[in-house]
Write a new protein. Structure first.
Lengths: 149, 252
């Protein structure tokens, strides 16, 4: 079980992800499976990728949505475990606290349980440029430099 | 009589490799074909290379506006019942069109056909080639790129052209739209296109492999747009795409 002080980070070496119009779109580049999370889920992904820990995410969601802290805590835990199972995030070893965003909204939004939508219908469409774990970090050497192998 | 295939080559400053690309078209075992070079405002010797082929190549020039626009221009002037594309730095296997056309003959319902591709490195990137020796990137890959694509002309009426607003991700966008409108496709296991990895590939860095971040961004935008379109189509269940899972590839 994850503790609320855990910080998770997107596995950038294997996935591409972006929050567009409040919806998180995530592609696992290794296998072409893609995901979406809108509304509360989009907010959770957004906060997670800027470096909020789980407790800070629970607080931020409770501030914005009309919902009890208990429910958010349970939903965040469940969602995060699914993200871990799908290999989209990993537990961050050395995350530092980040500056919190100010919430400037008058009324709380109606809450919906965050849901990770999973799509497996893209086949090999994105398999063309597979991720290169380990190789991706190899510093690029100029062809003229002659020491590349 | 076999149908005419229009082979469209968009090119921007491609004098270095253009002749090799054109040779790989003219060496096709399939006939009849026409070669259409769409020069995307090159400032190097591209025009002269194309001119050296005389009337074996139809040459057109546009203001620099990107490969998607050049491909659409090519489709617009094509005389063939089929259209194929080849980037000026890539190469076709001599039997590419013949093997693909055999599939269209066997399957009248087929809208487009793509093949597997093999990356290769230019000599100055020998070090990179060695580094990728045991990586999936050095293996044949499913070729979701225009350079493997052979499509019936009617497919472009159904799907539309390439989205010129996207300089990157336009190919992914086209394949997604094709799937959304029910275009029937086939991915051949044969490796029939060779993709040259050199210093200035647009979507992949000189290290090859991982998509660079602006490419990733474009693909994410394109996926979001596809989800939005499909959700607008159906409120009940999201319409599925119809892309196949990988099959064994054939190399020769």
């Amino acid at each position: 079980m994850l503790t609320l002080r855990e910080r998770l980070r997107p596995r950038d070496e294997e996935i591409a992800a972006k929050v567009i119009d409040g919806e998180a779109i995530i592609i696992n580049l290794a296998n072409g499976i893609y995901y979406s999370m809108d509304k509360v889920g989009g907010l959770i992904w957004d906060l997670l990728q800027v470096g909020y820990d789980l407790e800070e995410i629970v607080v931020a969601v409770t501030e914005r949505y009309d919902v009890s802290r208990e429910q958010v805590q349970a939903d965040v835990q469940e969602l995060v475990e699914e993200l871990l199972r799908e290999n989209l995030v990993s537990v961050s070893e050395n995350g530092a606290s980040v500056e919190k965003r100010q919430v400037e909204q008058q009324e709380k939004l109606p809450y919906e349980v965050p849901k990770l939508n999973i799509y497996r219908d893209m086949g090999d469409l994105l398999a063309l440029d597979p991720p290169t774990p380990g190789l991706g970090n190899t510093p690029w050497k100029d062809p003229e430099d002659g020491s590349s192998d | 009589m076999s149908p005419l295939i229009s082979c469209i080559v968009p090119v921007f400053n491609g004098e270095l490799y253009l002749a090799e690309a054109l040779e790989s078209i003219l060496n096709q075992t399939y006939r009849p074909l026409e070669v259409i070079v769409v020069d995307d405002g090159s400032t190097d010797g591209t025009a002269a290379v194309a001119a050296s082929y005389g009337d074996r190549v139809r040459y057109f020039r546009q203001e620099n506006s990107g490969a998607p626009t050049a491909r659409n221009f090519g489709v617009g002037v094509a005389r063939g019942a089929f259209a194929a594309f080849l980037d000026a730095d890539d190469l076709w296997h001599a039997e590419k069109l013949e093997r693909q056309m055999a599939r269209f003959e066997a399957r009248p319902e087929l809208d487009y056909c793509i093949t597997h591709l093999q990356n290769f490195w230019t000599p100055e990137f020998e070090g990179e080639r060695k580094r990728f020796k045991d990586h999936r990137f050095a293996e044949p890959l499913p070729g979701y790129v225009t350079a493997t694509l052979l499509a019936r002309g009617r497919t472009f009426e159904k799907v539309g052209g390439f989205n010129a607003a996207l300089r990157l991700g336009d190919t992914t966008d086209w394949f997604l739209r094709a799937s959304e409108c029910g275009a029937v496709m086939e991915l051949l296991p044969d490796v029939l296109m060779y993709r040259r990895i050199h210093g200035s590939n647009i979507s992949i860095g000189p290290q090859g492999g991982a998509m660079n971040s602006s490419m990733q961004n474009s693909v994410l935008q394109v996926m979001k747009a596809s989800l939005d379109r499909r959700r607008a189509q159906s409120r009940a269940e999201l319409p599925s795409l119809n892309f196949p899972r990988s099959q064994p590839h054939k190399k020769d």
